[in-house]
Design a protein around this ligand. Structure first.
Ligand code: HEM
Length: 262
């Protein structure tokens, strides 16, 4: 076969250039179209801002066109990705469109319980609410979208005295948790079992069962909680306030903790 003439080579070069140009235009159009589709199908990410409780109420999931928002300790999160939990009919729908911080520990989802008031809660309870706040904050699913003007943030978005108080209580709760953990590492909780025929039994694999008060959760309600812990003889002699189960010999590793029910 003859080699292509210079003319025919030029002609074919020209037609491949115009083919490349057409392709480029097509590619650009395809990319622009893809960007439009992605933009339209991706929900707009809200910029964090200040919310009034009334505005927030509209975002309780009842309008399917709006994102679902939830308030906790004054912060607002977009929880649309958890619509099945937080939307209408979901197990946690009561948390949407409002700040119902208290219900995160009380589990009280009645009108009275759905409040952001933390009045009278113990440090451990406030710590637990703050842990929920941090759960939403650190979630890769949910997005922080601002603050509610009210109990925890003022008109300028600055923390109120109540917010500072909640933070201090939660910090106290954290210290109490650490102290309890230290105690439990040192004096392990007794093994226990219960059935109606035998009643309750507690026992230690090392040491002896004693009833001991748990590290107090603040000054609240005057209640004192107790647990069964295993003490060795030395610790038993130096620790004040330990109680022995009724009828249990002092050096028995197993005690009856409650009578049979039948
Ligand atoms: C004070 C009581 C309770 C509160 C405040 C609470 C709150 C929550 C919240 C905020 C979530 C996170 C949902 C998410 O991923 O966004 C959750 C998850 C969950 N809760 Fe509760 N809960 C409570 C009690 C219970 C109880 C009693 C049960 C079981 C009987 C339970 C079962 C679950 C389950 C299974 C999940 C995981 C759901 C999933 O990811 O599919 N919760 N809870």
């Amino acid at each position: 076969m003859d080699p292509p003439s210079p003319d025919s080579a030029r002609a074919s070069g020209k037609s491949s250039e115009s083919w490349d140009f057409g392709n480029l235009i097509g590619l650009i159009l395809a990319v622009v179209l893809a960007m439009v589709v992605v933009k339209l199908s991706t929900p707009t990410v809200m910029k964090p801002r200040l919310w009034s409780p009334e505005e927030l109420a509209k975002y309780n999931g009842s309008d399917p066109k709006l994102p679902v928002l939830l308030g906790i300790v004054g912060s607002v999160f977009d929880v649309s990705k958890g619509r099945k939990h937080y939307g209408p009919g979901g197990g946690y729908s009561h948390f949407s469109g409002r700040d119902a911080s208290r219900a995160f520990v009380s589990g009280n989802f009645t009108a009275d319980g759905l409040t952001d008031s933390l009045g009278g809660l113990s440090p451990l309870q406030v710590k637990s609410i703050m842990d929920w706040h941090n759960f939403f904050q650190n979630s890769t699913k949910y997005i922080y979208v601002g603050k509610i003007v009210g109990r925890f943030y003022n008109q300028s978005g600055l923390p109120t005295k109540e917010f500072v108080k909640a933070t201090l209580l939660a910090a106290r709760g954290e210290r109490i948790m650490k102290e309890r953990k230290k105690e439990e590492d040192r004096f392990p909780t007794c093994n226990s079992r219960w059935n109606p025929q035998q009643g309750g039994e507690v026992w230690c694999t090392t040491g002896y069962p004693r009833i001991v008060e748990v590290v107090s959760d603040g000054l609240y309600r005057g209640t004192s909680d107790s647990r069964c812990a295993c003490f060795d003889e030395k610790a038993m002699n130096s620790r004040k306030g330990l109680l022995l189960y009724e009828g249990c010999p002092p050096l028995s590793q197993k005690c009856q903790s409650s009578p049979p029910q039948v």
